[in-house]
Design a protein around this ligand. Structure first.
Ligand code: SF4
Ligand code: SF4
Length: 174
């Protein structure tokens, strides 16, 4: 008979709020004080740097997005793309490795026979639901044909509808 194992769940104690916390206003004043401290500190550091002072302290820097973009690592994973053969057709052979490994189950492929007898299959349909994707990169790792990559550098991905977040083969090849 299997031995029963009891798992003890530790609960973090819930602390009662102090009178000041319940009154809100002292906490708001505390937050404003912290914000003001950062503001004045940064202002003096940046003015100091203009005159060659405080050179070791960079102060906080805000990227003026979207005009100014933060530099990303070349290894960062961005929107997917399907790579092409020399004749412009997808390198994908519809092996389903990426669809199988995807932990979010957001890749949908339907394969069909390739007209070239040297290539077994090609994708008739290749959709990725970017709204569900967790950007883990496993699909790229699993692909034996280097047919899918996440190196477009596109991060601004949005849509007003869920359907709009589904990228089709044509979008991924573009
Ligand atoms: S990045 Fe991860 S979650 Fe997104 S499609 Fe690829 S395997 Fe699936
Ligand atoms: S993208 Fe790569 S792993 Fe996915 S079906 Fe095509 S060939 Fe297979």
């Amino acid at each position: 008979m299997a031995k029963e194992t009891k798992v003890k769940v530790m609960k973090a104690p819930i602390r009662d709020r102090t009178f000041a916390e319940r009154a809100y206003l002292p906490e708001i004043a505390k937050g404003l004080r912290i914000t003001a401290e950062h503001f004045w500190r940064n202002l003096f550091v940046h003015i100091g740097r203009l005159f060659g002072l405080h050179t070791k302290d960079k102060g906080s820097v805000t990227f003026q997005y979207p005009e100014e973009r933060r530099p990303f690592s070349p290894r960062v994973r961005s929107l997917h793309r399907l790579t092409k053969r020399e004749d412009g057709t997808p390198r994908c052979v519809a092996c389903m490795m990426c669809e199988t490994i995807c932990p979010a189950k957001c890749i949908y492929i339907i394969g069909e026979d390739h007209p070239d007898p040297n290539i077994e299959k090609r994708p008739r349909k290749f959709d990725i639901d970017i709204g569900v994707c967790v950007f883990c990169g496993l699909c790229v790792e699993a692909c034996p044909e280097d047919a899918i990559r996440m190196d477009t550098g596109i991060f601004e991905i949005s849509s007003y509808t869920r359907e709009g977040m589904i990228y089709h083969k044509e979008d991924l090849l573009r």
